[in-house]
Write a protein that binds this ligand. Structure first.
Ligand SMILES: [Zn+2]
Length: 100
């Protein structure tokens, strides 16, 4: 007996529909959450938004909607996240000495 695989669009169509109705997916939210853990770089690369606040559009002053954050902020957040992860890894295998 032979089973034919369903066509591709069967797999991605529901996701595409969900994306259209909700507007954004999990990655978008994860990116914004990560970006908001660092300060946005000052102009012209970013909007200088403090930690915990969303980036704002230079022109309108409204919170960014299409992007989770300014690209420079996203890169900075990723770098910080990466550095923290590496520092954690570097510290982990070192046997802890009894220091007070
Ligand atoms: Zn910004």
């Amino acid at each position: 007996m032979s089973r034919r695989r369903p066509p591709r669009w069967v797999e991605w169509a529901p996701r595409a529909r969900e994306r259209r109705t909700r507007g954004r997916d999990m990655d978008w939210h994860a990116d914004r959450e990560l970006a908001n853990t660092v300060v946005c770089p000052p102009k012209p690369k970013g909007c200088n938004a403090p930690i915990g606040t969303t980036c704002r559009n230079f022109g309108t002053g409204q919170e960014l909607e299409n992007w989770p954050a300014h690209e420079a902020r996203l890169k900075r957040a990723e770098a910080v996240f990466q550095a923290a992860a590496e520092a954690e890894q570097a510290e982990a295998p070192v046997p802890s000495e009894e220091t007070a």
